[in-house]
Design a protein around this ligand. Structure first.
Ligand code: SD4
Length: 304
């Protein structure tokens, strides 16, 4: 809706200097579409959770190759989806993992948070719950009998939507949704539905979300780490960079991690950093909606 759709370069003025609310930050350039939907909801008086859910739903039904039922199938040809939602006040969370045939896993995650005593439902249980809640479903069929017959290490499709919202009242919510790694083994769960890995919201500090190779995020509680660095005083961009430095300093892969983070803080500052050169992120305020290039990669110093 707002602003231009051109990508703003990594050398643009320090993005963290911005400080305003409401504010929506999301992964990738397609995140802008979700942000715009979310901002419209906020400006019409909707809640931050509505902004998260409706924004992400837009991508889940957009034909995206890595989000929703149009996403990449697993090694037996079935799409298994992961999603998570968090609400800052009360530190609430809901997730679904490996859910099949449900059109909007983000809505299932929200229902888990709001309608159950639990945080994470997986597989068939998650699907049954979503159906019980009246969520839209489609039937899926396994198309490959032997998992080995499909690629299990497909690097394409690292395009999870993680979307963070700071409301005008200072409250924060976030969500993420993905079909996960293309060709994954059936039952594989990535970072996205794991609180603190693919998504983390702390209403006193800020929020962070991840996209990329989940295995390299979830072993380090990546989004939690970003938020903790913000708590220690780093701005969002520096918190994302420092998280990647920390992971790279420990990981045998070094910077060859394929991980990217977005973050916003309680003051309305935003930032991102990633090891993927092509990583982009989208930022939407009341008056502008922009796509930024990855500001992080070139400036990350070798950890050792
Ligand atoms: C996963 N992190 O399941 C997800 C995939 C992804 O951008 O982020 N793609 O590993």
């Amino acid at each position: 809706m707002l602003g231009s759709s051109s990508v703003i370069g990594a050398d643009a003025k320090n993005q963290s200097e911005h400080a305003e609310s409401p504010l929506i930050v999301s992964t990738w350039d397609f995140g802008k579409q979700a942000n715009d939907v979310g901002m419209k909801i906020l400006l019409q008086g909707g809640t931050i959770l509505d902004a998260v859910e409706q924004g992400i739903k837009t991508i889940e039904s957009s034909g995206n190759p890595s989000v929703g039922l149009s996403g990449g199938p697993n090694a037996v040809g079935v799409v298994q989806l992961d999603a998570c939602i968090m609400f800052g006040p009360g530190h609430k969370a809901g997730s679904v993992a490996g859910i099949e045939g449900i059109k909007h896993p983000i809505s299932a995650a929200r229902r888990v948070m709001e309608k159950t005593r639990h945080v994470l439902l997986v597989g068939e249980g998650a699907r049954m719950f979503a159906l019980e809640q009246g969520l839209e479903s489609v039937e899926q069929k396994q198309t490959i009998n032997k998992p080995g017959a499909a690629k299990t290490d497909k690097k394409a499709g690292h395009d999870t939507i993680a979307l963070l919202v700071l409301g005008a009242d200072g409250n924060i919510a976030g969500g993420c949704s993905t079909s996960g790694l293309g060709g994954k083994l059936p039952g594989r769960v990535g970072d996205s539905p794991i609180v603190g890995s693919g998504l983390y919201v702390d209403n006193e500090v800020g929020a962070a979300g991840a996209t990329g190779l989940g295995e390299n995020v979830m072993r380090y509680c990546g989004s939690f780490m970003v938020v903790e660095f913000m708590r220690q005083g780093l701005d969002p961009t520096e918190a994302c960079r420092q998280t990647i430095r920390r992971i790279a300093s420990q990981d045998p892969l070094g910077f060859n991690l394929s991980i990217n983070f977005v973050a916003l803080d309680k003051r309305g500052r935003f930032g991102a950093a990633g090891t993927d050169h092509g990583f982009k992120y989208s930022v939407t305020s009341r008056t502008t909606s922009q796509v930024f290039a990855n500001p992080g990669v070139l400036e990350i110093k070798a950890p050792r």
